[in-house]
Write a protein that binds this ligand. Structure first.
Ligand code: NIG
Ligand code: FE
Length: 405
């Protein structure tokens, strides 16, 4: 059984105690067997039976659970740097979308791409994400918007989850926007999602979650309710893109549907916060998206003060968040969202795991969980977020294996 010793600061991120506590162990050691952790504690208490085992020296690094990116749109064709420049010149995200750009422009390029092309591109992103300490990624479809094209994207995720080591979770997001073919008949598209896409995705076992973009300019609360009810009946767990650009009842719907998470939330109402807190829905902040769309960031403190668990994710996509840098998202969640570094760390580990229903397998360093850790070159989470550097991740262990980086 291999072990990791000489850890300067171990943030286990175990889910207990008060919200901001990360369960710190100084001078710690971790022992694992195969891909599962078997012992965590103070190195002086290391049971004699583990003493002669293969030892990795952490050289006093800070050790954290492998980071969990619980919201990405990982597989897509093309990029949209031109829209980035247009937004900087004053056009809004919505104006660009209305003119046929935005999500629909990526839909066109994704439809043109083959499974192999999407696989190669997404796989490249995953290898770079791992180097930042990310060991689990949630991936959404939503750039296909037809039965065949949505299945194509989810098939890419299935292959990735089988062929590379990162933990992956797939989400069906057929209700991302209305495709051009259905511009004049939105009800027909919602019917297509319900009557054809959901059954096809469920039958192929390609997604565990179903997400809907609830927004004045996308799907209404009523559309989303219909879609999520039928996805739930087909065995998928609801998630929502909610209250990003307007406050339109998305958070309240997430509470009503007992969604795993409601994400974005920049414009969440006080009522929405209360409803989510009562229903125990995880709030996911996506600070890179508000940064890149020049919108006011979510004040996470409002959510934390109301008792919500706030996860932090990248929203990686070619439009509103064209970077997969999760530590950067964490730093923004601190500086713009007023999370403390400890809260941001829990937000990108245990709460993120909860947002994808994986809190029993990943997201903290404790016996029984997957042996996923990142060795960070910082004395503690506070210093890590404060003296922010390009990449402080020295080493990553994923499912018990030390990765070559
Ligand atoms: O999460 N809000 C909708 N979807 C994405 C943006 C996708 C895109 O612009 O391509 C988001 O921000
Ligand atoms: Fe998103």
């Amino acid at each position: 059984m291999p072990k990791l010793t000489n850890i300067g600061y171990l943030a286990t991120c175990r889910q207990e105690g008060r919200q901001h506590e990360i369960h710190l162990i100084e001078d710690a050691a971790i022992v694992w067997k195969g891909d599962k952790i078997v012992w965590v504690g103070n190195e002086v208490d290391l049971p004699a039976e583990y003493e002669d085992e293969k030892t990795f020296d952490a050289e006093q690094a800070m050790v954290i659970p492998g980071l969990v990116d619980c919201h990405t749109h990982l597989a897509f064709g093309g990029w949209r740097p031109d829209e980035f420049e247009m937004r900087l010149k004053g056009k809004s995200y919505l104006e660009i979308a209305k003119a046929g750009g935005g999500i629909l422009s990526t839909v066109r390029e994704t439809r043109e791409a083959t499974v192999e092309e999407l696989y190669e591109k997404a796989s490249g992103f995953l290898s770079e994400m791992v180097r930042l300490g990310v060991t689990a990624v949630e991936c959404k479809s939503g750039y296909g918007l037809s039965v065949e094209e949505e299945l194509k994207i989810l098939e890419v995720y299935r292959r990735l989850s089988e062929e590379q080591p990162v933990h992956m979770v797939s989400t069906f997001l057929g209700a991302h926007t209305f495709p051009a073919e259905y511009r004049e008949d939105h009800t027909a598209y919602v019917d297509l999602v319900i009557n054809e896409m959901i059954p096809a995705v469920a039958e192929a076992g390609l997604a565990e979650f179903c997400d809907v973009f609830v927004e004045d300019s996308a799907f209404s609360v009523e559309d989303a309710r219909r879609i999520l009810v039928s996805a739930q009946a087909a065995g998928m767990v609801p998630k929502l893109h909610a209250d990003q650009l307007t406050s339109c009842g998305g958070a309240e719907l997430a509470a009503e549907m007992e969604a795993a998470s409601a994400d974005h939330l920049e414009k969440i109402s006080d009522k929405g916060i209360l409803a989510m807190a009562e229903a125990g829905v995880v709030g996911v902040t996506l600070p890179l998206a508000s940064l890149y769309t020049q919108e006011t960031p979510l004040d996470c403190r409002r959510l934390v003060d109301a008792g919500l668990e706030v996860a932090v994710a990248t929203d990686f996509n070619p439009g509103s968040a064209p970077t997969f840098d999760l530590p950067l998202a964490m730093m923004l969640a601190c500086n713009q969202g007023r999370l403390t570094p400890l809260e941001a760390l829990k937000g990108a580990t245990i709460y993120a795991a909860k947002a994808i229903h994986r809190q029993r397998e990943i997201g903290s360093i404790e016996p029984g969980k997957s042996a996923d850790f990142a060795l960070i070159d910082a004395p503690d989470p506070n210093f890590w977020m404060y003296h922010f550097r390009p990449n402080t991740c020295r080493e990553v262990f994923l499912k018990g294996e030390k990765l070559n980086m």
